[in-house]
Write a protein that binds this ligand. Structure first.
Ligand code: HEC
Ligand code: HEC
Ligand code: HEC
Length: 94
């Protein structure tokens, strides 16, 4: 019986972790030329970018995420979709 309760508790825990696994709704990156507010959830749900496109096989912190990685990921796709969205001021807001 004890084991049964532990099992249920474990399953509930896994359930709440996967609900949170989509990550933050929005992420702000500080940058001296204007902070970037990244609507994470909107990219997933409205813009339909898959987790894999940004995270590969393991969603979560991106190791060594920095200016170069951000520009390679974010600017590249924006440039392809619509060049106006690859302009500095589209992401960097003073
Ligand atoms: C358009 C790109 C993009 C898409 C799509 C995307 N993410 Fe993210 N996600 C990011 C970036 C960038 C970060 C911040 C990474 C960092 O600071 O190391 C992040 C952070 C996260 C984090 C938080 C890490 C932390 O501890 O702060 C989780 C969890 C996460 N993403 C899960 C997901 C899941 C699950 C999906 C798909 C449903 C998804 N992401 C789709 C770009 C994306
Ligand atoms: C795979 C494609 C893709 C990637 C990767 C991507 N975006 Fe986007 N993003 C889009 C598209 C498409 C739009 C909608 C553009 C438009 O309005 O024409 C958008 C819109 C935005 C907007 C405006 C949102 C709004 O509410 O108007 C911001 C800010 C933004 N992206 C920042 C980022 C940042 C920062 C990253 C990297 C962490 C990133 N994007 C990665 C495709 C992408
Ligand atoms: C599609 C979104 C996007 C566009 C467009 C963009 N950037 Fe960025 N940039 C970012 C993100 C996100 C970061 C933050 C990365 C980090 O801190 O991990 C960043 C970081 C930077 C940094 C580092 C700032 C600091 O304080 O360390 C500089 C400088 C920079 N960008 C310059 C530019 C310039 C110049 C342009 C236009 C030619 C530009 N960016 C266009 C998303 C963008």
């Amino acid at each position: 019986m004890k084991r049964m309760i532990a099992l249920i508790a474990a399953l509930t825990f896994v359930g709440s972790v996967s609900a949170m696994a989509a990550g933050p709704e929005s992420i702000t990156f500080n940058a001296k030329n204007g902070n970037v507010t990244f609507p994470h959830k909107k990219h997933q749900e409205v813009l339909k970018v898959t987790c894999k496109e940004c995270h590969g096989d393991k969603p979560g912190k991106i190791e060594g995420f920095n200016k170069d990685k951000a520009h390679a990921l974010c600017k590249e796709c924006h440039a392809k979709k619509n060049p106006d969205t690859a302009k500095c001021g589209f992401c960097h807001k003073k």
